[in-house]
Design a protein around this ligand. Sequence first.
Ligand code: NAP
Ligand code: GFB
Length: 323
Amino acid sequence: MTEALGAKPKRILVTGGTGLVGRAIQEVVANGEGRPDEEWVFVSSRDADLTSAVETKALFEKHKPTHVIHLAAMVGGLFKNIRCNLDFWRRNIHINDNVLHSAYECGVQKVVSCLSTCIFPDKTTYPIDETMIHNGPPHSSNFGYSYAKRMIDVQNRGYFEQHGCRFTAVIPTNVFGPHDNFNIEDGHVLPGLIHKVYLAKQNGSALTVWGTGKPRRQFIYSLDLARLFVWVLREYEEVEPIILSVGEEDEVSIREAAEAIVEAMDFRGELVFDTTKADGQFKKTASNAKLRHYLPNFQFTPFRQGEKGAHHCMAVPPFSPSQ
Ligand code: NAP
Ligand code: GFB
């Protein structure tokens, strides 16, 4: 009887398992968050190109997951989004439809997908909350990525209403941490500035921060996000998405973020703001009240402490070509 009531073994497939967020989940699972009845499988595009329905189906048939954390996506910072909005739309729409439909066909018990706080309407009241996703157009800089991500929420509702599937999603704010994409042209602001400080120290040049430095962001450390992902997989029962972010009070300006990186990396050179470069969204201040309702005592890593962890993995040059 105990056996029958006991937790059946779980096989958790993590798509996008080799990226910034995926590697953080690998780390927390390996360092104590994992459970004896759980087998974790982390995959990347080398295991299957998820823009292909055939390869996606074969991946699911091979692993037969009971649960899925779906991270795989075409991801990038502001400037890559501005350059490639169509690619962000097409690749992510195909990846998401293939993963969700294969999960449905294989009888996966639960899928946790990943949206982003940058997909909310650009013209909005603050703080943003989970009810506001479809209340208006996203910022023009990343409409392709934003609309593709919003469709995950629509698909989750469809699979629940038509098939009773427990497919849900989380909405992280900007993520930073080890194993980020440090490519200066395509990556996000923090890894881009870390890479630039490394080069400025090497060359004895100034640090050029793009834009005015006035936009404001909330940053979540990847290992904190990873722990929250594990909690969502095990405990969160809603189909409605949940924002995973530090509080509104932890929002910083790009200038403050740059100054924190300069301090963490002991850079002594000049800071220059190149205002010919875009600022993108001025702010996307998100409320984590729903998360706090579930986890009132969750402790986030302070931003400056996380910065120290993030840039250490840059300390080993030369960078891979992708960086
Ligand atoms: P990342 O570091 O760029 O990693 C992307 C992952 O997706 C990699 O493992 C990559 O595998 C995989 N992937 C990409 N295209 C694929 C394809 N066609 N087939 C199979 N796998 C593919 O991204 P991340 O920052 O960890 O983001 C993970 C998730 O969090 C994404 O859904 C993203 O939208 C979301 N998110 C990120 C942030 C952020 O600030 N980073 C903020 C909010 C939400 P390969 O390495 O083999 O290509
Ligand atoms: O992380 P980021 O590229 O994307 O941040 P978003 C862009 C902000 O940082 C802009 C300034 O205000 C830039 O002007 N910035 C300053 C820099 N220096 C740099 C730099 O060296 N590199 C970069 N990248 N920015 C993204 C969305 O928005 O947020 C994506 O476009 C994704 O879809 C991501 O969701 C989480 O935070 O503006």
